[in-house]
Design a protein around this ligand. Sequence first.
Ligand SMILES: [Fe+2]
Length: 306
Amino acid sequence: MTEAATVTGSRATGITAEQRAREDDVVARVLESFDGCTDARRQELMRGVVTHLHAFLRDVRLTEDEWGEAIGFLTAVGHMCDDRRQEFILLSDTLGASMQTVAINNAAFADATEATVFGPFFVEDSPAIPLGGDLAGGATGQPCWVTGTVRDTAGKPVAGARIEVWEADQDGFYDVQYGDDRIAGRGHLFSDPDGNYRFWAVTPTPYPIPHDGPVGAMLAATGRSPMRASHLHFMVTAVGLRALVTHIFVRGDELLDRDSVFGVKDSLIRDFTEQSADTPTPDGRDLGGRTWSRVHFDIVLAPAPV
Ligand SMILES: [Fe+2]
C-alpha cells in the first residue's frame, strides 16, 4: 500500500470502508500514472504533490463548490501576473511556502546568520556605494548609520564581501514601485580588509505587500494584515562562502509577530537606536538638524555547500 493510501484526515474517519477504498483507489491510480517517469526527481515531486493534495482534499472533505472557488482563485492569481507583478510569489509568501523553502535550503550551520525571504524588489546592477557612503539616493526617511563586520563561522574576518542592501522609503515604497526609473534606497559595497562595513541608509518603516489582487482578498477574507514588519534587506556574497539573503528587523516594531510573509527571525531583530539632532554623526556628515538612527549588524557566513 502506498503512503498516500494510508493518509486520511481526522474528518475522514467516519466514512465507510467502501468509501475509503474508493478514495484510496483514486490516489493509487494517480500515483501509478507516474511509474513511467524516467526522471527520478520529477517522479518524486509529482508523487509527493499528489499524495499531499489528495490527503488535503480528503481531510477537509472538499465540496464541489469549494473546488470551483479554488480554481477561480488560482485563475485570478494567474491573471494578476505580468512582468512587474508576480501574484503567485505573493501567494507563496503569504502561505509561508517561500519562507519554508528558504529554511530548507539554508540549513542551520554553527553561528551563521539566518536567512530570510528574498522578496520581489531586488534589482541587479545597483549603484556602487563607497564604505561610509549613502545608499538612500534621495529616498525619503530618517538617516540611519549602519555598521557591522562580515566573518566566517571560524571567526575569520571576510574582506571584500559584496554587500547588497535595498529598502523601502519612509512612505513604504521601493524605488521600482514609482514607475519613473528612479534608483533610490539600494546599493552595494564591499567589506574592508578587516571585514568591516559601514554606510548610510534610511531607518526602515513598515509597508504592505501589494494587496489589490486576489492574494490581498484572501488576506482580508481570513482576517490577516498585508503589512510587513520594518526591515532592511541584505544579500552578502563572498568567495568560498554560502550566499546569504536576509533582512534585519527593528526591535520594538509592533508587526514583528505578524509579518505577512513570516520572514521575521528573532536572531535578525536589531536595535535601531534613535539619535537626537545634536548628536554628532560618526563621519561628520551634516544632516541639517535632523534626527538619525544607528544600527549594528555583524554578519556570519556559512561555508559554501560542497
Ligand atoms: Fe522588503
